[in-house]
Design a binder for this molecule. Structure first.
Ligand SMILES: Cc1ncc(COP(=O)(O)O)c(C=O)c1O
Length: 420
């Protein structure tokens, strides 16, 4: 038995697969909305609390809109992501623009939309000034260097390309103040998929202490701190999810200890989480094509790492359920593969599954964030459809599957129907 659940019966999935051939992604609207509500409730003591949903985690307007309706903003990292946020009606400071190595046109668009621009480096200041002037609200991404450690996904802060150093911090804010900025925010993101509440409490401590120091040394008062994303989810059965109530209470204790006595209350606390919001509530549904017995047993799916690259990229565990065989004994040791010409195109290695047969439907769990979004076209593989399992029990297509025509549409060659 496992604690991994799937909201639909096998027969319903088989019915859906008649209309939308596998592989496809399926998102659970009810669960996503509930998670957003819980997060807001858990941080309701924070004046102006917000989570700017990291669009990169699940860049589909249906999802962003649903989260906007639940009071979330959007965190964007590129021009198309800004347009996605705008497409659902998000505007102004409902949008956080946290990018790196940023091109001028992205600063221009973000500024023209009134988004909060979070600068990754001091060298970006002149470019921002040239493209869109000095922002009223100045925000920097901070990299704590050796004073914090990261993890396998994001790397060690001192090795990371993101954010300004401790030595640069005070001058960065002084500079923006001298140039005319009137409002200030501070951002950091040190870990990714972190399951320890205490890690984020320490991040809050770091930001609160910096708020105090920036007031003393740069003469600026922070309006908000942005804790970034990175709250993890339990990919492994039996792992404990982050308890947002415990996390929030830990941050609150430090707020009262550090921020209130310094007269810095109210200080807005915001996040830009993606994974914890949609990750557990999105599934990749696929069919078994072949069961091949070689030196090992290979269960070949019609999905590939082009649909979900986390296992190949990070060695990440994603739980797999064979629909209709949930209670069958786990008697088959196998690698679960795609069809790319890459031997790391595997969703699982040496996984125990029930006896699997061609035609079986499988669900790959916890694919609702950084799943479809990280897809690619290597080997001519096409991106799958995305479906939304709605609160009223219906299923809505929110992205159609790519076609061979889509694949050819960017190619130019003699006889191509798509000419420049
Ligand atoms: C700057 C930034 N913010 C937020 C996120 C979202 O992280 P997560 O989905 O793990 O919460 C990311 C993820 O890569 C990021 O790079």
């Amino acid at each position: 038995m496992t604690d991994k659940q799937f909201p639909l019966h096998k027969d319903k999935i088989a019915e859906l697969a008649e209309v939308y051939p596998t592989p496809f992604y399926l998102y659970d609207e009810r669960a996503i909305r509930q998670q957003a509500r819980d997060m807001r409730e858990d941080f309701s003591w924070v004046k102006g609390f917000a989570n700017f949903f990291a669009v990169k985690a699940c860049p589909n307007p249906a999802i962003i809109q649903m989260l906007m309706e639940e009071g979330f903003g959007a965190d964007c990292s590129s021009l198309p992501e800004l347009l996605l946020a705008r497409s659902v009606g998000l505007e102004g400071e409902q949008i956080m623009f946290t990018s790196n190595n940023t091109p001028a046109e992205e600063f221009s668009l973000a500024a023209s939309m009134g988004a909060v621009i979070n600068l990754d480096d001091i060298s970006h200041i002149p470019l921002l000034e040239r493209t869109s002037g000095v922002p009223e609200l100045a925000c920097f991404r901070y990299n704590p260097g050796t004073s914090r450690s990261g993890n396998v996904i994001i790397g060690e802060p001192v090795e990371a390309k993101y954010g300004i150093t401790r030595d640069q911090l005070v001058d960065a804010y002084r500079t923006m103040k001298q140039k005319g900025s009137k409002r200030f925010g501070l951002h950091t993101m040190v870990a990714s998929n972190e399951l320890q509440e205490s890690y984020f409490v320490e991040t809050a401590r770091m930001l609160f202490e910096l708020a105090v120091e920036l007031q003393r040394e740069a003469g600026i008062r922070l309006e908000f701190v942005n804790m970034g994303g990175g709250i993890g989810i339990p990919y492994l059965p039996g792992q404990k999810p982050v308890d947002l109530k415990v996390l929030s209470a830990g941050i609150r204790g430090l707020y009262e200890q550090i921020i209130v006595p310094e007269g810095l209350d109210p200080l807005r606390i915001v996040f830009e989480c993606g994974r914890v919001v949609t990750g557990p509530y999105g599934y990749l549904v696929s069919s078994v094509r072949h069961v091949a017995k070689k030196y090992k047993t290979y269960v070949g799916l019609d999905a590939t790492m082009a649909n979900l690259m986390r296992p190949a990229m990070y060695g990440a565990y994603h739980h797999i359920t064979v629909l209709g065989k949930e209670n069958a004994p786990l008697s088959m040791r196998c690698d679960v593969t795609g069809s790319l010409c890459e031997n790391n195109d595997k969703f699982a290695i040496d996984r125990m599954l029930p006896e699997v047969d061609p035609g079986d439907l499988v669900v790959i769990h916890d694919a609702g964030a950084h799943g479809h979004a990280m897809g690619f076209n290597y080997n001519g593989k096409l991106r799958s459809a995305e479906l939304l399992f709605k609160e009223d029990g219906t299923v809505q297509l929110i992205r159609r599957a790519e076609t061979v025509d889509d694949y050819f549409s960017t190619l130019r060659y003699p006889g191509s129907p798509y000419q420049i």
